[in-house]
Design a protein around this ligand. Structure first.
Ligand code: 0O2
Length: 228
């Protein structure tokens, strides 16, 4: 979730997926696509700013920053195409906007598990944010051990002549959850590598250890906070 796609990079990706002739005769389509991606970038900026504001405010009350880092990313053209194909949906610009809820992604890495819910609740209370979908993989981890809170929200972007609601996928997780997910992603995610049972169990064990680390650090934070 680190790269920020510019219009030039999007064009480069499209050029590599489709032939020059096709890109030439589909220029209006390309322009529509670039416009949509620009809107998604604006929506990510809105969400990132909202979290930065919350971090600033909570840091005054808590005397520490609940947010460790924020990363934004636009889904790659290839990933969008693969997802639409997998779901047997139209490969069109309007289909991307209607059917893909994770084109714009914001990942918020928090210090402690409680911070995840505190920030999520504070964001969802804002009157310009609409919750579209929530998946709590912290309370209900995936069978492989993956933990994170996923929210799909709609946020308005204010353009020169219109206000446009845009969908953004937000992943909130702790540092421990993020380390596990990043390492697991490197080892397996999206690769055709199938772990055997022993290795899958080992990954799950690592996820359980990271959950234990979170719980212990949360307990320490409680003690420190209550003593102040
Ligand atoms: P990217 O952008 O490269 O990260 P749905 O969108 O509901 O049709 P999907 O896409 O499976 O179904 O949604 P889900 O389960 O909410 O997961 C979406 C994203 O969560 C993934 O994005 C990952 O970033 C992350 N994720 C989910 N499961 C795992 C996991 O087991 N391990 C790791 N490391 N990350 C996970 P993408 O689609 O992979 O794309």
């Amino acid at each position: 979730m680190s790269e920020q796609l510019t219009s030039a990079e999007i064009k480069k990706q499209l050029d590599s997926v489709f032939s020059d002739e096709l890109v030439e005769c589909t220029k209006p389509l390309l322009q529509n696509f670039q416009k949509l991606m620009a809107y998604y970038r604006c929506a990510m900026m809105e969400i990132e700013t909202k979290f930065n504001v919350l971090d600033e405010e909570f840091s005054l009350a808590l005397d520490r920053n609940p947010i460790n880092s924020i990363k934004t990313r636009l889904k790659s053209v290839n990933s969008m195409r693969e997802k639409l194909k997998r779901k047997k949906l139209d490969l069109t610009v309007s289909s991307v906007e209607e059917n893909l809820y994770d084109v714009a992604g914001v990942r918020v890495v928090c210090s402690f598990p409680d911070d995840v819910y505190m920030l999520a609740n504070a964001l969802l209370k804002q009157d310009d944010i609409t919750l579209v979908e929530a998946k709590d993989y912290i309370k209900n981890p995936k069978p492989n051990g993956y933990r994170s809170l996923h929210l799909i929200v709609e946020v308005p972007i204010f353009l020169a002549h219109e206000k446009k609601p845009m969908k953004v996928e937000i992943q909130l997780r702790t540092i421990a959850m993020d380390s596990w997910a990043s390492l697991e992603h490197q080892l397996r995610y999206k690769k055709d590598y199938n772990f055997d049972e022993r290795m899958a169990n080992e990954l799950l064990r690592c996820a359980e250890l990271s959950a234990e680390l979170d719980a212990r650090m949360d307990a320490l934070r409680d003690i420190v906070q209550n003593e102040n």
